[in-house]
Design a protein around this ligand. Sequence first.
Ligand code: ASP
Length: 313
Amino acid sequence: MSLAIHGGAGLISKDHFTDKELTEYRKGLREVLDRSKQMWLEGEEAISIVIECVRLLEDNPLFNAGKGSVLNSQGVVEMDASIMGPSSTHENYWGAGVSGLTQVKNPIYVANELRKMNQHSLLSGEGARNFAKNLGVKHLAPDSFITSKRKLQFQNFLKNKEITLDHGSVSSDKPYQEGQTVGAVCLDKKGNLAAATSTGGMTGKMDGRVSDSAIIGQGTWAHAKTLAISATGTGDHFIQICFCHRVHMRMLYEKLSLEQAIQEGLDELASIGGNGGAVAVDLEGNVSLLFNSGGMFRACFESKTGRETLDIF
Ligand code: ASP
């Protein structure tokens, strides 16, 4: 079994945090890592493990998903999520994403219900919100998603009119923007892979903007022959280069290793001005945690080597 989680990547550095904040982030990641290892020991499937990891991170207001999501240009929380894993009716894996959810406590549940239908790949806007309502998943009042840090970021956006990664831009009049997109990947005991991602997107994004985190092949991907991967960073750049799917193609047809394939993807990303990273596992249980930005909130467990990592920079 191998498992990796992320809580976002971006142009971050140690100076942007107090020790107390860093401790809180590490605590959040540790909780998820411990819970997922326990689920693995109990023989749970990869798909259930990644859902639970993302659910815990969505519920933690430090991260930019579920509670704690960033605000769009209208000052509203609009959340995206996607998930991919083995399918009951298709030989290959099936993935689905949702975009523009507003009051759903756990967007990853909604994406997973769509995935299980094996029919559509992406639902957005009003249709996605109605789908979530009809599912009966928990909804919360809009205000309960918004933390004081997010309000501050939004005020900065109104001043500077600059669309930023939640953690992306730093200067004296722009306090460090913490809380990040979340994701998880897993290879389970049966050899099945799964990947999931959830985000509030970028501060000041246009309303209706769809992020890579909602789109199969861009921010999330899992395939029976290669890998499971969840990306984070400047999503529009990831979309331009079909980031996750291209990593899969490099492994499948160019026979690159997991790390080589992701490194090439990140180089391509940098060449068009993007930054970020990804967590991924392959069929042999190798884990990759590469990023080309200042840091990525990340943790992993690799059972074949016993390697365990929990790091930010
Ligand atoms: N990829 C996300 C987006 O573009 C942001 C992130 O990963 O932090 O909305």
